[in-house]
Design a protein around this ligand. Structure first.
Ligand SMILES: [Zn+2]
Length: 189
């Protein structure tokens, strides 16, 4: 998973969106518990020590389901229509924090710096996806085109539009498509 160690890059919109995608993907695994979720948070720059409890996981999983719908939106209009009710009902007013000087100033939509993980996750995910949508005027995320994967991802950087979450999925699907073609037309390739 991509990790952005630089202090201000860690708080960029893309870094927040990548962390949101990593959590949505991790929480899709029914076996994932507090240890796995804490591992994702640490890998994305949250400071240790951090405690995720067993009680945090089900509401985080529920938030992940809502955020996954936004990642799966096929158009910017659809993504906005999914984000708007979440912003209205499930997040707080926009506030700025530097976590007492420990980080660059950045916006939050949770009620306080001590908000529980589920509230923080939904709020930070909605914020990152809303800003990306605003900036790009495009859906802020995608779902991997590999039927065997289903992970969500954040398209970023230049180059052709990505259909797969990773090089691994792209290669696997290319090999499978090639095999299917050669099986259908023996000797043609
Ligand atoms: Zn994939």
């Amino acid at each position: 998973m991509p990790v952005l160690p630089d202090r201000s890059a860690r708080h960029s919109t893309v870094a927040m969106a990548l962390r949101t995608a990593a959590l949505v993907n991790a929480l899709a695994d029914p076996a994932a518990g507090p240890r796995e979720i804490a591992g994702v948070l640490l890998a994305h720059g949250e400071d240790p020590p951090l405690t995720v409890t067993a009680e945090d996981v089900p509401p985080m999983r529920a938030a992940a389901v809502r955020l996954r719908e936004v990642f799966a939106a096929a158009s910017v209009d659809e993504a906005a229509a999914l984000l708007d009710p979440l912003l209205a009902a499930r997040t707080g007013p926009l506030r700025l924090t530097s976590h007492g000087g420990a980080s660059p100033w950045h916006p939050h939509l949770d009620a306080s710096d001590d908000a529980p993980w589920p509230e923080w996750f939904l709020a930070s995910g909605c914020l990152a996806l809303a800003v990306l949508l605003w900036d790009r005027q495009a859906p802020p995320g995608r779902t991997c085109a590999s039927a065997r994967c289903g992970d969500v991802f954040v398209p970023h950087g230049s180059g052709p539009e990505r259909r797969y979450c990773s090089r691994r999925c792209a290669t696997r699907e290319r090999v499978a498509a090639h095999r299917a073609r050669t099986a259908a037309a023996p000797g043609a390739d």
